[in-house]
Design a protein around this ligand. Structure first.
Ligand SMILES: NC(=O)c1ccc[n+]([C@@H]2O[C@H](COP(=O)([O-])OP(=O)(O)OC[C@H]3O[C@@H](n4cnc5c(N)ncnc54)[C@H](O)[C@@H]3O)[C@@H](O)[C@H]2O)c1
Length: 274
C-alpha cells in the first residue's frame, strides 16, 4: 500500500531548496527515494541540502544561480538531461517579492516581482513540462500563497497579484497537460516560519504576530516541514488523479476567509487614525 508513495528512481528539480519550504520539499522527496537537482542562488545553502540528501544515499546535484536568469535555467535543464536523462517532479518554490503601498510601487519592483514569482515558475514549467510530456508522466508543484486568493491587507498587492497568476498558471497548464500524463498542482501556504525573516519581524512587533495568529484557526504558524507529506503525496502515483488542485496549507486560514488576520494590518492602521 505504501508503495504508491515510493519515489525511487524518480528525478526531481526543486528551486529555492537552500532553506525553508524548498529545502523541506527536497529532503522529503529524497526520503521517499527520489534523486534531487537543487536550484537556488544561495550556493552554500544548497550544498548543505545536497549533503543531507547524499547522506540518505540519494543523488543530489546542487546547481546555484538565479531562477530569473533564463539562460541559466536552460543550462540547468541541459545538465539534468546529461546527468539523469529525465525529470519526473518539479517543485517551484524559490521566491521573493517587493512590498509597499500600491500608490507608490515602482515599476521596476513590480516587474522584478512578476519575473521572480511568475515568469520563472512558468519558464521552469515549460522546461520540465516538455520533458514530462515526452515521458508521458510527471508532477509539477508550485508554491502559491493564501495571498493569491485573499487580500492580506499588508501592502502586498504585487505579491498577491503574482501569486494569483501562479494559481491560474496551475489551472491552465493542468488542463492542457492532464490528458498527456502531466499533473500540475499548487500549494497555498499561510505564514510559515523559517529563515525568511518572518520570525524576527514578529519578534519586533508582537501585534503583527497576534494579528497573523488570529487568522490561523490551528493556533500555530506553519513550519517548513509541514510541506513534506503534501510534497511526497503530490509527487507520487498515489495522487495520480489529482491535478489542477489549489491546496491550502494554512492551518485553516482560507476556510475561515481570514486573510492576514481577522483585522487586516492595513485596516488597523486606518482605524487607529479615526
Ligand atoms: N513563508 C511564508 O510564510 C510563505 C507563505 C506563502 C508563500 N510563501 C512562498 O513560498 C516560497 C518559499 O517560502 P519560504 O519562506 O519557505 O522560503 P525562504 O524565503 O526561506 O527561501 C526562499 C529561497 O528561495 C531562494 N530564492 C529567492 N529568489 C530566488 C531567485 N531569484 N533565484 C534563485 N533562488 C531564489 C532564496 O535564496 C531562498 O533560499 C516563496 O515563493 C514564498 O513566496 C511563503
Amino acid at each position: 500500500m505504501l508503495d504508491m508513495f515510493d519515489l525511487s528512481g524518480r528525478v526531481a528539480v526543486v528551486t529555492g531548496s537552500a532553506q525553508g519550504m524548498g529545502r523541506a520539499m527536497a529532503l522529503a522527496l529524497a526520503e521517499a527515494g527520489a534523486d534531487i537537482v537543487l536550484l537556488d542562488r544561495n550556493a552554500a545553502g544548497i550544498e548543505a541540502t545536497a549533503h543531507a540528501i547524499s547522506a540518505m544515499g540519494r543523488k543530489a546535484l546542487p546547481l546555484g544561480g538565479d531562477v530569473t536568469d533564463t539562460d541559466h535555467i536552460d543550462g540547468v535543464f541541459a545538465t539534468v538531461d546529461k546527468e539523469f536523462g529525465r525529470v519526473d517532479i518539479l517543485g517551484n518554490v524559490a521566491g521573493e517579492a517587493k512590498a509597499g503601498p500600491a500608490e507608490a510601487m515602482a515599476l521596476s519592483d513590480i516587474r522584478a516581482t512578476f519575473h521572480n514569482l511568475v515568469i520563472s515558475r512558468y519558464y521552469t514549467c515549460q522546461h520540465a513540462g516538455r520533458r514530462m510530456l515526452a515521458q508521458g508522466r510527471g508532477s509539477i508543484m508550485s508554491i502559491g500563497s493564501i495571498s493569491g486568493v485573499n487580500s492580506l491587507g499588508r501592502e502586498q498587492s504585487v505579491y498577491g497579484m503574482a501569486m494569483a497568476a501562479v494559481i491560474q498558471m496551475t489551472r491552465e497548464l493542468s488542463t492542457e497537460w492532464a490528458g498527456r500524463g502531466v499533473r500540475v498542482n499548487c500549494i497555498l501556504p499561510a505564514q510559515v516560519l523559517g529563515a525568511n525573516g518572518l520570525g524576527p519581524r514578529m519578534e519586533a512587533d508582537p501585534w503583527l504576530r497576534d494579528t497573523f495568529l488570529r487568522g490561523i484557526p490551528a493556533g500555530r504558524f506553519g513550519q517548513p516541514d509541514d510541506i513534506k507529506g503534501l510534497s511526497i503525496w503530490l509527487a507520487s502515483d498515489s495522487a495520480s488523479w489529482i491535478t489542477g488542485a489549489i491546496i491550502p496549507m494554512d492551518g485553516g486560514n482560507t476556510a475561515m476567509n481570514a486573510g492576514g488576520g481577522l483585522l487586516a494590518p492595513i485596516m488597523e492602521k486606518h482605524l487607529s487614525k479615526k
